[in-house]
Design a protein around this ligand. Structure first.
Ligand code: RB5
Length: 147
């Protein structure tokens, strides 16, 4: 599995730890930045990571900012992206089983690095359920044009 990862300054330290952990587990991780704790805009990294997933260059994306909210709002603007904001292990599994989320967002000011790594592990290890009702619901997301 190829994983694109990104963060703003608020998520920089969490990103570094998650990247190291997933790389040690054998995943191919590409770091789209940011590369320091200097102030920056979450939007730019959300778009880079989301586009790399929507284009199928990468299988999944992980984005971390202070709350995870800005990253999820921005990533969900990209066609084909289902970004899930997750701060617990139950939701990490459920959003893969039910939503086939292809981007995980987390808030570094909400959860510590240890929990963020556990969430990332559950999220990358859980496959979509492929159940008909979930396929139907995802299709409704994909086909909604917005107004
Ligand atoms: C940056 O201060 C902060 O606003 C950002 O990391 C994120 O929480 C936005 O949603």
């Amino acid at each position: 599995m190829k994983i694109a990862i990104g963060a703003d300054h608020g998520g920089f330290e969490h990103k570094e730890a998650i990247k190291k952990h997933l790389t040690e587990r054998g995943f191919e991780c590409k770091d789209f930045g940011t590369f320091s704790s200097e102030g920056t805009d979450y939007n730019d990294y959300a778009i880079l990571v989301a586009k790399s997933v929507s284009s199928h260059e990468f299988d999944r994306g992980i984005l971390i900012c202070g709350t995870g909210v800005g990253m999820s709002i921005m990533a969900n603007k990209v066609r084909g992206i289902r970004a899930a904001l997750v701060h617990d292990l139950f939701t990490a599994e459920a959003t893969r089983l039910h939503n086939d989320s292809n981007v995980l967002t987390m808030g570094a000011r909400v959860i510590d690095i240890e929990l963020a790594i556990k969430i990332a592990d559950v999220w990358v290890d859980t496959e979509f359920s492929n159940e008909e009702r979930h396929i139907r619901r995802i299709s409704k997301i994909d086909h909604y044009k917005g107004e």
